[in-house]
Structure formats: structure tokens, C-alpha cells
Design a protein around this ligand. Sequence first.
Ligand SMILES: C[S@@+](CC[C@H](N)C(=O)[O-])C[C@H]1O[C@@H](n2cnc3c(N)ncnc32)[C@H](O)[C@@H]1O
Length: 277
Amino acid sequence: MKTYLAKILDWQSEEVVNQYDELPLWSSPFGTLLLDNFPIGAYEQYLDIGCGTGFPLIDISQRLGSQCKAYGIDPWHAAIKRARTKIETIGLRNIELIEEDASILPFQDERFDLVTSNLGINNFDNPLAVLTACHRVMKTGASFCATTNLNGTFQEFYDVFEKTLTELGLANKYEAEYSAHVNHRGTIRSMRKLLETGGFNIVKQIESSYQMRFLNGSAFLNYSVVIVGFIYPWRTMFDEEDKHIFFERFENNLNEYSKINGELKLTIPMAYFECRK
Ligand SMILES: C[S@@+](CC[C@H](N)C(=O)[O-])C[C@H]1O[C@@H](n2cnc3c(N)ncnc32)[C@H](O)[C@@H]1O
């Protein structure tokens, strides 16, 4: 009996609705880049690094077919729990989740045919340790495919940020914190160097970008995605007193910039790297 002739995923059920709500918007443009490009094959073993709530793990594992055993690894407890619920809801038996730091991959050498990571690399504390571990567990000739956002993310925002620091006479005081924060995002050059240092041979590189649009700075600064994923280093860069003075002026400056330009349009540069071992 073919499973798909009997399986029911009822779109009216709460479980299927939860699963249908599958992909964070922030992950989606990067995910599309990855899904459009990763090499498809009759693989036996697939690994997703930093799988979060299950993307692209759950999608790619289905695209590769049920004969392929898939693993997702991430230390984020609540996200792994959510990914597990999705996997159970869809009834996939070929996926295993591991709640761990990917710099310690609990696998034998030369095991995987494909390793992916969507928006992982610049979130890892020690990306080189993760890449070295990935390289170790990949078969010779296997593919490592990753997307990342790049230095220049929200460039328009950071231009106004710098202008505000200068206006308030805070540029020197926070120079080290500010440049460490901006430079934690890789450039094409630094990403290539990192991948090559990890032992990989880069066979494909695609650069792209998209824009996120907001009415103004107030709308952006209150955006839930910003509060979950971005605002923490902006807030903790400052002394308590400076923080309030800075954000008062900065929000006004962003709103002024938005008024002049008709909206706040922020650029997100992204890259896809495909490597072979
Ligand atoms: C921006 S999220 C991307 C999640 C998912 N791949 C997506 O596209 O929605 C980055 C992920 O990397 C994970 N992460 C951070 N450090 C990690 C590490 N050392 N090993 C594995 N995953 C890690 C985070 O927990 C988070 O789930």
C-alpha cells in the first residue's frame, strides 16, 4: 500500500495548521536561495546544522525521499521541541533531532552525503569549529550548502546609527563595541576564507539581496522580528544613561530619514555557498 494513498493531513486540524505555519519570514528568502540551488541526489544521509524549528531540515528531508535518513542539530531547546511536533504531525519517520552544539557532532567520520545550514554560520559562536566538524562527518565528494546574511545588512539603518553616534559625541566612546557588532557579520571574502580554512572547496557562490520595508524607524524598532533577533546588541552596547539619550535621538533621526525617503527600506545582502569535501 502506498502511504500517500491512505495518509490524511487534515487542513482543518489544529496540528496541521501549526505545521502549515512552517517558516519564519526572516528565514524564507535565504531558504528559497538554498532550496533553489542545493544539489539533489539519491542520498542516504543528510544533516542540517542549526535547524531551529525545523527549516530546511523537514522540507529537504521530504524532497530527498524517505530512503534518506535526515538529522537536524541545534542547541535551542524550545525550537527542537517545536520541530519535533511538526515532524510527528506530518508523520515523518526518517528524521532525528539532536539538541546539541554542532561543533561536537556525535557521528562517525565520512557519513553524510549532504550538509545544509540556513542562516547558521554567522550565529555560531565558533563557526570554524562547526565547519571543521561538518567536514569530518562528510563523505569525500559530499556537499556542504549554506546561506548567510552579510556585512551590510540593514546598511541604511546603520548609516543613521553612525550619524546619531556622531551627533551626540558618542562615536569615540562606543567605537569598539559598534565596530565589533557590525563586523560580526561576514563579508564574501571572510566567508570564503572561513569555508576554505574549514577544509572546503567552494564550487558555487550566489550573491543576492532583498529589502524589508517599514513606514518608519518607530515601526521597525517595535517589529517583533527585531525584538526577538536583533535589538539585544543595539541595547547592550550602551551605558544605561547613554542608551536612553541615544535611542531618543536615533528613533527621531530614523523617522526623519523615513519621511524624506517616503518609507524605511532596508537592504539585506545574502549569499549561498556550495562546497565539496
Ligand atoms: C537564524 S537561526 C536559523 C534557524 C533555521 N535554520 C531557519 O532557517 O529558520 C540560527 C540557528 O542557529 C542555531 N545555532 C546557534 N549556535 C549553534 C551551534 N553552535 N550549533 C548548532 N546550531 C546553532 C540557533 O539556535 C538557531 O536555531
